[in-house]
Structures are given as C-alpha cells and as structure tokens.
Design a protein around this ligand. Structure first.
Ligand code: C2E
Ligand code: MG
Ligand code: MG
Length: 353
C-alpha cells in the first residue's frame, strides 16, 4: 500500500481469484474507514471513493493500471460519496471527450462563441409578459450548438463557470437596463459561483455599473446548492436579498424537494420543473403533485412558475390551480438578446402611437 499524493492511496492486491476479491477488499476498506472518529466529542466520519483496475485485462504495465484505476476513481467520485467503480474502457473514451470539451470551452469565451438568449415568463391568467429568463448558448464552430445541459457541468468542474457566470450576469443586466419596458430579468446561478465567495459584492457591482434596479433582477438557483452547504448558502442568499434582488428555486420537484428548504431559505419564487408540467395531461399523479406544490408554495407566500408549458391544455390546467406564471414553447421560445430588444422597441413605439 502506498500514499501517492494528497488523500490518494494505492493498494496492490495479489493472489486474487477474480474481480469479486477486489470488490470485497474495497468494501472492507470503505467500512473500516467510515467508522466514526471521536474528535472533541463530535463523531466525525470519512467517506472513501475507490477505483479498481485489474491486471492484465485493464492494463499490463504499472502505468496503464494506475492510469485506468485513476479513471475509475474519477467516475466513482462523480457518482457520489462512498462509491467503488471498476474501470471500463468506455470510461476512458468519455473522459477524453470531456477533456476535449473542456479545452474548447476554455477558448470559447475569448473567441466570442457564447451568446445569451431570453425566454419570456407570462402571467397565467392574462398571458402578459412578466419577465425574461437568461439562457446561455454556445455556438461551437465544429460541434454546432452545444446544450447548456452538456457544457455547464464541465464549466462547473473546471471552474470556468465563475467568469462565464459573471459574463452572463453582466450581459443580462446591461440588456435589461436598456429595455424600454421595466421587465424583470432572471439569471441562473451555479452553486460553484456561490461557493467561490464574494457573490453579493459582484452582483452589487454589476447592478451599479449597468444601472439596473436590484428589484428587476431575479437569481435562479437549484436545490443542489442548498444540499451541499446550507449554512454558507443561507448567508449568501441573505446578503443577496439585502441588495434587493429576488431569489427563485429552479427545477423544483426533481431533487429532494424538501419543504424545510422552502421555509428556511428566503425564496420569492418556486419554479415547477418541466417534467411535471409535461406530464399534466397524461399522468394524474403529476397533476396531484403540481396541485400540491402550488398549494404549498402559495401558503408560504411564494410565487409559482410552471416551466416547459407546451400546450393550451397544460396552461388551462395551471390556470385552474391559480398558478402565477408560465414559461414554455407555447408562449415563447428563447430568442437572442438583440432580437428581443428590437421587438420590445417596436412594441414601445406601437404603444406610443
Ligand atoms: P433552466 O434554468 O430550468 O431553464 C429552462 C430550460 O428549459 C431551458 O433549457 C429552456 O430552453 C427549456 N425550455 C423552456 N421552455 C420549454 C418547453 O416548453 N419545452 C421544453 N422541452 N423545454 C423548454 P436550456 O436553455 O437548454 O438550459 C438548460 C439548463 O442549463 C437551464 O435549465 C439551466 O439550469 C442551465 N443554464 C442555462 N443557462 C445558464 C447560465 O447562464 N448559467 C447557469 N449556471 N446555468 C445555465
Ligand atoms: Mg432557470
Ligand atoms: Mg428549470
């Protein structure tokens, strides 16, 4: 057994009958390390992640075995705490693909490949526009448009989300400050931007520089943020609220959907995930959940937005439940910032005429 750096260790197991022996050893190591330590009367426990590569199948040199065990370890860490992963050749392909994406992502900002789009949020009853959500787009010269669902996690992992998120915030606030009508602008924030610290000061600075009123900015976060570091997140959220910006909980229903989060954290709005909205017509269970989320949200004085509204039937159902806002392809697709600006200008001219 050897320590190869930081908190990483290598265990060489010989005389194995098969992969089951490696799994059994991994299990023993994990159980043993997880036993709680008593530190000043506090029980502290340690999680272990383990990656396994087997000779000669996964490599017939020391270097190849170590590298592949490391790839498996990377996958294990990605899968959560206390996980063991065996190396699979396809992991390497995925890792290489991710490396390429990361490489391109690092150059994309300087090359001006990013763009922001805005998607409208509408009042359910009147269908009036209430706000626009900022959605990031990456136009890759070779891959074409890459979905944020694909590149945001990579940007988060390599830390690039911090400058990228800052850029999105600036673009969104500057655009909104120039709109002829004082609509709210929503911006998605990554948990990584919270963890980095200094977020409230950055937001305050962007608002001051762009001249956007704090009351017109809404920041969207997901539950992941609250689970990872509840205390830190709460302090940052309170500081953001003190600036006068509003906070929305995005994708509600897909994570832990904990009621205690809604009570503890200073949210103004809850956004029901599109998976529920889209199941409304077919699945009575989804209807019951949407109904329950709305009742609960309203009783906590939160505004509720349904995401992913694609049909009139979905909108009609949401209206019967007094849902506040709807967002989705039925009402408006995301459009580039300049296109939206031209449209808002034309509307303002029409109103004046
Ligand atoms: P989100 O914040 O929940 O954004 C809503 C997503 O639903 C957007 O996907 C939007 O295009 C899509 N959508 C809207 N209406 C409909 C509909 O009627 N049907 C369907 N099927 N989809 C609809 P998009 O733009 O691909 O973004 C995916 C996610 O990426 C976002 O989910 C958000 O979590 C993340 N994201 C996007 N831009 C940013 C950003 O600037 N920063 C961060 N941290 N995350 C971002
Ligand atoms: Mg969002
Ligand atoms: Mg969402």
């Amino acid at each position: 057994m050897a320590r190869v750096g930081g908190d990483e260790f290598v265990v060489v197991q010989t005389m194995m009958a098969g992969p089951g022996d490696a799994a059994a050893l991994a299990e023993r190591i994990m159980v043993e390390i997880a036993l709680p330590y008593d530190i000043d009367g506090h029980a502290v426990s340690i999680d272990t992640s383990i990656g396994i590569a087997i000779f000669p199948h996964d490599g017939d040199t020391v270097e190849a075995l170590l590298k592949n065990a490391d790839t498996a370890l990377y996958r294990a860490k990605e899968a959560g705490r206390g996980v063991t992963c065996f190396f699979e050749a396809e992991m390497e392909v995925r890792l290489r693909e991710r490396g390429l994406l990361e490489h391109d992502l690092r150059g994309a900002m300087a090359k001006g490949e990013f763009e922001i789009n805005f998607q409208p949020l509408h009042a359910c009853g009147t269908r009036d526009v209430t706000a626009f959500e900022t959605l990031l787009r990456w136009h890759h010269p070779v891959r074409g448009d890459v979905s944020p669902a694909e590149f945001i996690p990579v940007a988060e992992e390599c830390g690039l989300i911090v400058p990228l998120g800052q850029w999105v915030l600036e673009q969104a606030c500057a655009a909104a400050a120039a709109w002829p009508q004082p609509y709210t602008v929503a911006v998605n924030l990554s948990p990584v931007q919270f963890r980095r610290g200094g977020l409230p000061a950055q937001v305050a600075e962007v608002l001051a520089r762009t001249g956007l009123a704090a009351s017109r900015l809404e920041l969207e976060v997901t539950e992941g943020l609250l689970i990872e570091d509840a205390e830190g997140a709460l302090a940052t959220m309170q500081a953001l609220k003190a600036l006068g910006v509003r906070l929305a909980l995005d994708d509600f229903g897909t994570g832990y959907s904990s009621l205690s989060y809604l009570r503890r954290f200073p949210f103004d709005k809850l956004k029901i995930d599109k998976s529920f909205t889209q199941a409304i017509e077919l699945d009575p269970g989804a209807r019951a959940i949407v109904d329950a989320i709305l009742a609960m949200g309203h009783s906590l004085n939160l505004r509720v937005t349904a995401e992913g509204v694609e049909t009139e039937a979905q909108l009609a159902f949401l209206r019967t439940l007094d849902c506040d806002e709807a967002q989705g392809f039925l009402l408006g697709r995301p459009v580039p910032a300049d296109q939206l600006h031209r449209r808002l200008d034309a509307e303002a001219r029409l109103e004046r005429a």
